[in-house]
Design a protein around this ligand. Structure first.
Ligand code: HEM
Ligand code: HEM
Ligand code: FE2
Length: 498
């Protein structure tokens, strides 16, 4: 650690403030590629979200040209894929630093990046060109598998599995060559689970209950178990890097969080088995274990806030730490509080599949996963610009602060608007009309529902403005900056001396 704090040679000082890939190790150069695609897909997610949102207000808009179901699908697929790109990038970013050795198989990893990116591009183009078709094997293999979030056709599944295996090999072999740590041990075990679950999503059955049963394995156990553990690892590493937090403390927290997360998240799966035709015992299993899921999320907030407090929020990368804190709270509220609200079967009976779910979905995905990826983008750009200063007094600070504010206000605004609509649906469609088809339409015409949809769109524009500002900031931050980055170890020394 201390060796990094010594002054850098003159040549590096001259390069400071400019993009300089020579400053990055092989894993980090790869990470920058993944991050770049992630940001482009983030933009696509927002664009297609706005189109889908507009279609709630103007049903004729783009009708038969770009239908709601297509916009919605591209919106959420772009989200899953950009977040996966962000996570893969984050792991490549930290792997050499954490293992203390060079990335194994960098050439293969580069090839895998291009294969994956080509596959994603083809899949999206086909989604947009072939919007309807027969529900037969050919469509399943070439066009669309019809499983929400993982609609990618079967051919692409095999490509994705191959690329993930390459990624796993690169990461595991690098740690095996270098040194292991608590963080890397958890990380590698988690990647096995992450890849294994995707296989469950390739299982196909014409029995809709069985199909949904396995499909939820991927969706629920990705976001509520394996992704949570993955961001736990990234957070632990991020706190050490930006704050100089003590490894022993963050690793201990990580173990506790992982134990709690797997303890509640795996059987918490049952909260999706209430109404799909699975046996009745899932009502109690799902209700009980998913109600425990907020506990590890509380631990995560306490952990982040505790560490920041110990270091008096003094850190080497202000935007990154701000987004890490946003992650801790976003995860807690979006997943923990908003998830808990509708997780008991007695409540879910009324809220299931209404805008209530969309309210939770937006706050949870943004709060837990968009935020931490954005933090990693800031960590990456700092180093890529020659390890520049990003502390208090950074130039054009208003850009990152306003991007942070607009994005968070936008998503929280959408969340509240959706909750109002969802409330009305639960009340009118479910409680009053007993889940009838007529009740469904009456709820959609209700004033509160329509107003909720209107405000979702307004806050969607706020979110979009925040995204544009964020991209502009990421492109320009640190440009022409000549001051070197402060080292977190120095803060730590100051904090301990004080
Ligand atoms: C970061 C973690 C989480 C993310 C990203 C997330 C995201 C989502 C999304 C997108 C849906 C809608 C799925 C669909 O399309 O049908 C959903 C449903 C649900 N989530 Fe979460 N969630 C998370 C954590 C939690 C937690 C911790 C709980 C419980 C404490 C929870 C409870 C639920 C329930 C009960 C549903 C079903 C809603 C329905 O019946 O329509 N979620 N979640
Ligand atoms: C410009 C802002 C956005 C708009 C206008 C928007 C709009 C929409 C719309 C119209 C849907 C379909 C909902 C339905 O089927 O009734 C949707 C679904 C979804 N969006 Fe967004 N969205 C935006 C941003 C985001 C962001 C930033 C995230 C997360 C990072 C996100 C995550 C999701 C998820 C997870 C779903 C599926 C929810 C479910 O199945 O219940 N969206 N969005
Ligand atoms: Fe779940």
């Amino acid at each position: 650690m201390m060796a990094q704090a010594v002054n850098q040679p003159m040549s590096q000082t001259a390069m400071r403030g400019k993009l300089n890939s020579a400053e990055l190790n092989a894993g980090q150069r790869l990470a920058v590629k993944y991050f770049s695609v992630a940001i482009i897909l983030f933009g696509a997610q927002i664009l297609f979200g706005l189109l889908a949102g507009l279609q709630y207000l103007m049903p004729e808009f783009l009708y038969n040209v770009l239908d709601f179901n297509v916009n919605r699908m591209v919106h959420i697929n772009a989200m899953i894929v950009w977040m996966l790109y962000g996570f893969i990038g984050s792991v490549y970013w930290l792997v050499e630093d954490e293992s203390g050795t060079e990335l194994v198989g960098a050439k293969l990893a580069n090839l895998a990046f291009w294969v994956l990116t080509a596959a994603v591009t083809v899949v999206v183009i086909v989604y947009l060109l072939v919007q309807t078709g027969p529900g037969e094997q050919k469509s399943l293999w070439l066009i669309n598998e019809g499983r929400e979030y993982i609609e990618a056709p079967r051919w692409a599944d095999f490509g994705i599995v191959a690329v993930v295996l390459v990624f796993f090999y690169n990461v595991a072999a690098t740690f095996m060559k270098g040194r292991w740590s608590g963080i890397s041990g958890v990380l590698v075990l988690d990647l096995i689970a992450l890849a294994g679950l995707y296989l469950a999503g390739m299982f196909y059955s014409p029995n809709i209950s069985m199909d949904q049963y396995w499909w939820w394995w991927v969706i629920h156990m990705w976001v509520e178990a394996t992704w949570e553990v993955l961001v736990g690892c990234i957070m632990a590493w991020g706190l050490i890097k930006t704050l100089g937090a003590r490894r022993k403390i963050v690793t201990t927290w990580l173990y506790i969080e992982v134990a709690l997360m797997f303890g509640s998240g795996i059987l918490g799966l049952g909260h999706h088995y209430f109404w799909i035709g699975t046996p009745e015992y899932w009502l109690s299993i799902g209700g009980f274990f998913s109600a425990l899921e907020p506990i590890p999320l509380v631990a995560m907030v306490v952990h982040a806030v505790y560490d920041s407090g110990v270091h008096r929020f003094k850190n080497s990368n202000h935007p990154a730490l701000a987004w890490l804190i946003a992650h801790a709270f976003g995860n807690f509220f979006g997943a923990g509080v908003w998830g808990f609200m509708h997780t008991l079967p007695q409540i879910n009976l009324y809220t299931h599949g209404t805008q209530w779910s969309a309210s939770h979905g937006h706050l949870a995905f943004f709060g837990a996963y968009a935020t931490i990826n954005i933090a990693m983008f800031y960590i990456a750009i700092q180093k890529w610009r020659g390890d520049v200063f990003m502390g208090a007094g950074i130039r054009h600070a208003w850009r990152w602060k306003w991007a942070l504010a607009l994005l968070n206000i936008g998503v929280v605004g959408m969340t509240v608007a959706l909750l109002v609509s969802g409330y009305e649906q639960s009340f009118v469609e479910r409680a009053l009309q007993g889940s009838t088809w007529a009740g469904y339409f009456e709820a959609q015409r209700g004033e509160w529902f329509v107003q909720g949809m209107f405000w979702r769109q307004i806050f969607g524009y706020v979110t979009a403005a925040g995204t544009l500002l964020l991209v502009w900031d990421l492109i320009t931050i640190g440009k022409g900056e000549t001051r070197p980055a402060e080292k977190p170890t120095e803060h730590q020394a100051q904090a301990q001396a004080a």
